[in-house]
Every structure is written in C-alpha cells, then in structure tokens.
Write a protein that binds this ligand. Structure first.
Ligand code: NDP
Ligand SMILES: N[C@@H](CC=O)C(=O)O
Length: 428
C-alpha cells in the first residue's frame, strides 16, 4: 500500500460469513473509505470451488483457488474459511508478509491462538478476531481492551446459539433433544453434523479465547472442561422449570486462588437471572471485574450478516492503523497462569436420587454429602413408583471433586436405586 493508495483486502472464504463481508465491502465502499481514511479495495476472494454458484453480489472475476498467491497481494487478510488448515498456514504467511489479519475462526484461535498472537506481535501487525466469539456482539474488544486496566474475576455466558435454541425449544414445548436439534437444522441454526455445537466444542473454543483475554494468560481448548448437552433430557428441563430454573449450556471462566478454571457444561440458571431470559439462538455473556462490577453483553452470536458486522468492524480498525499509524494490543507477553482442572471449581449442585422410601434413608443420604464436606442447602422429596421416592438435593457451594466423590458413594449406597441427574447451579 502506498501512502495515498487504497488498502488492499484479501478475503479467504465466501460462504455464510464471507458472502456478507463481500457485500458490505462492495455496497458500503464509500462510507467505509471515509471511516478508514482510504478506500478498501477487495483484491480477491479465495474459495475451494471457483465454479460453484454464488450470491450475485460476488464479482466472479475476484474468485480464485490460489489463496497463497492472494495473501501475498494484500495489506489486510480476512479469514472466514474456518477449520485449522490451510487457515493457520495462510494467516501465518500473511503475518510474516506484513499484512494485518482479521479472523472469525474460533476453532483455530481456541487451539493455536498463542502461535498466531506471537507471530503477529513479532511482525508488528494487527490480529483482530471480534467475530470469533459471540458473532455480532462486541465482546472481544471490551474484554481485550476496555477492561485492560481492571481485574476480571469471572466470565459467564451463553456463547453457542444452536444449543441455546435447542434447550429453549425443549423448555417451551417439551421437545426431546433430538427433535429440537432437527428443528434447529431445519431452520439453519445447526449444521447437518451438529457435533461441534451439541458436544460443546464450539463453546469450549470460545471459552478458551475469552479466558485467555480476560485473564491475560494462555488457555487452550484442551484446558477447558467440556460437557455438551447430549445427556440433557426433556425430564431434566421440566424438573428445572418446576424448581424455578432453566437449563442453559454455559461457558464459565473464573479465577481461583492461584490460577483459573474454564468449563463448559449444561447448568441450572434461576429464572430471575438475566441469562435465563436469553431465548432462541441469541448469546449473552456476563463479565465480572473488580472495579467495573458486573457487565452484560447480549445479541446475535451467529449468522452471516451479524458476524460480518463484527468482521468489518475489525477490518476498519486494522485498515485505519495502516493508514494513520497505530497498532492493536500485544498478546504474546502475558504470563501463564495455572489452568486448574474442573475438580477445583466451586459451585452449587442439584442432585436427583431415587431411593427406598423408608425411615432413615434421608439420614443415610445426608451423611454421604457430609462425609465429603458438601453442605446441603435444600432437600425436596417427591413420591416415585411403588415404595420409592425421588430426592432433589441442592447443595451450598462445594468443590467439584468433593461433589463427584459424593455422587460415586451415593450410587453405592444400598438404599439408593439410581442417581438420576447431577447438574451444576450457576448464577444464583
Ligand atoms: N456462520 C456463522 O454464523 C459464524 C461463523 N463463524 C466462523 O466464520 C468462519 C466461516 O464460517 P462460515 O462462513 O459459516 O463457513 P462456510 O462453510 O459457509 O464457508 C467457508 C468458505 O471458505 C471456503 N473454503 C473452505 N476451505 C477452503 C480452502 N481450503 N481453500 C479455499 N477456500 C476454502 C469455502 O469455499 P467454497 O465456497 O468453494 O466451498 C467457503 O466459501 C468459521 O471459522 C466459523 O467458525 C463465526 C461466527 C458465526
Ligand atoms: N455454531 C455457532 C455459530 C458460530 O459461532 C453457534 O451456534 O453459536
């Protein structure tokens, strides 16, 4: 780019998000140029199949299957192809060639963010990724930049729209999980293979990115405790409603004494909590910081146009830096805090056990909790079939490892017929 010339933008990917990025770059070119201080010139769009049908907004003359060659011709590289390779190598090549990069690729950043952060810092170029967590919601930048002078203590939120839609449908119409997933697929929320969403991989990658930024450390997706929603039944959701809760797939990243714990799992959220009212495919994230207190971010976490909005915000910022000078935050200098296993997490639990309904049983069950130092907050008993009863035990805050040991011992108690469900309770 010469001092007065356009900023050359390469687009890697022209799918759900890439098409909308191309649309905004072309249709809003004049406004974007005014905001950047120079025109943004889309110099090419890398795709797998140049012959495939495309939205008419896409100028077919810009399509290429030579992504490597395209990267060499750009000042700003926008990666919306997804996956680990070739996205990783292309971004590293762009950075080494002196281009600024913008990516929406949470899978890549969750797995190998530190390599990219270090490469960008060494090369003195920008690496921006607002769209990688919670789509359209401005969340990455507030956590990465606006809260850089504060101490974040906890991040708690719904970062996967597909699973929120599924759990919402189970709650509102009593659908079983597989019915709700089919509905999500029919509406285009869930992919044909919904594994990344329902098994929590997508949320875990986002949790790793958020935790790394919030705590100025390095958290990889492999450090994140992950449970998806596949074990959640319509009965769990109905029982939650009876006790004044909803079931949500939560990402939780929190400081513990000398480190952090990062986890993704279904949890009970009280109906009065703001996260409980996040419906459909929306996302919402709570951030707690020592001085700022509680902050909440809410909006669309996915979709072509919403995600493209976040991508374009980053493109404008990094392009401005190239035109006017300046650079975004440095990420590679952070200290590595210990990432503890979920066993060290502290939270409340709801445990449902089917027991023999006879004298002394409650005392035996309570003594198992007490034996592991887990304090019981409430117990509710409901009649089950025959001479059995279902106990619903809610604990005070306990260590995850102690609760897990309690559940193992409960299952071995002769008066316990089955441990029916164990769910964490968050946001109380
Ligand atoms: N969809 C969403 O709502 C959101 C997506 N994201 C992230 O944005 C990224 C893109 O997602 P999305 O638009 O949905 O993905 P799509 O699958 O719709 O599009 C991927 C695009 O990348 C191209 N592509 C894939 N592999 C290659 C390759 N090896 N070489 C060249 N081109 C390639 C495809 O080409 P072709 O068209 O020829 O197949 C396609 O145009 C992902 O990282 C995703 O996680 C983030 C937030 C929300
Ligand atoms: N699959 C994700 C969308 C992209 O981030 C979701 O359902 O939230």
């Amino acid at each position: 780019m010469d001092a007065s010339g356009p900023v050359r933008v390469a687009l890697l990917g022209c799918g759900v998000v890439g098409t909308e990025v191309a649309r905004l770059l072309l249709t809003d070119a004049t406004e974007l140029a005014a905001r950047v201080g120079a025109p943004l010139e889309l110099v090419g769009i890398a795709v797998r199949d140049v012959a495939a049908p495309r939205d008419p907004v896409v100028d077919r003359a810009l399509l290429t299957s030579d992504a490597e060659g395209l990267v060499r011709r750009a000042d700003v590289v926008v990666e919306v192809m997804g996956g680990i390779e070739p996205a990783r190598s292309l971004l590293l090549a762009a950075i080494e060639g002196g281009a600024s990069v913008v990516t929406a690729n949470k899978a890549l950043l969750g797995q190998d963010g530190p390599t990219l952060y270090a490469a960008a810092d060494d090369a003195g170029v920008d690496l921006y990724f607002e769209a990688a967590v919670a789509g359209a919601i401005p969340l990455v930048r507030p956590v990465r930049e606006s809260l850089a002078g504060d101490r974040v203590t906890r991040v708690l939120g719904i970062v996967n729209g597909t699973t929120n839609f599924v759990l919402d449908r189970m709650a509102t119409d009593g659908l079983e999980l597989d019915q709700a997933v089919k509905e999500a697929q029919a509406l285009g929320y869930a992919e044909a293979d919904p594994t990344a969403d329902v098994e929590g991989h997508d949320a875990a990658a986002k949790a790793a990115i958020l935790a790394s930024l919030a705590f100025h450390t390095r958290v990889s997706v492999d450090d994140v405790h992950r449970e998806g929603i596949l074990a959640v039944t319509a009965q769990d959701v109905a029982l939650a409603a009876e006790t004044g809760h909803v079931v949500k797939l939560l990402a939780v990243a929190e400081r513990v004494a000398d480190g952090v714990v990062v986890r993704v799992h279904p949890a009970l959220v009280p109906t009065g909590h703001p996260l409980a009212s996040v419906r459909g495919a929306f996302n919402a994230v709570f951030v707690e910081a020592e001085s700022a207190g509680e902050l909440m971010f809410y909006g669309r976490g996915a979709g072509g146009a919403p995600t493209a909005s976040a991508v374009l915000g980053d493109v404008v910022t990094v392009a401005r830096h190239r035109v006017l000078g300046g650079k975004g935050p440095v990420e590679s200098s952070h200290a590595a805090l210990t990432v503890h296993p979920v066993a060290e997490a502290l939270t409340r639990y709801q445990v449902q056990v089917r027991v023999d309904d006879r004298p002394g049983v409650l005392a035996q069950v309570a003594s198992v909790f007490a034996g592991h130092g887990v304090s019981i907050e409430t117990v509710r008993q409901a009649r089950a079939d025959g001479d059995q009863a279902d106990l619903l035990v809610v604990t005070h805050t306990a260590r995850d490892a102690d609760l897990a040991a309690t559940v193992v011992d409960l299952a071995e108690l002769p008066v316990v017929r089955a441990v029916l469900s164990v769910l964490r309770v968050e946001g109380a």
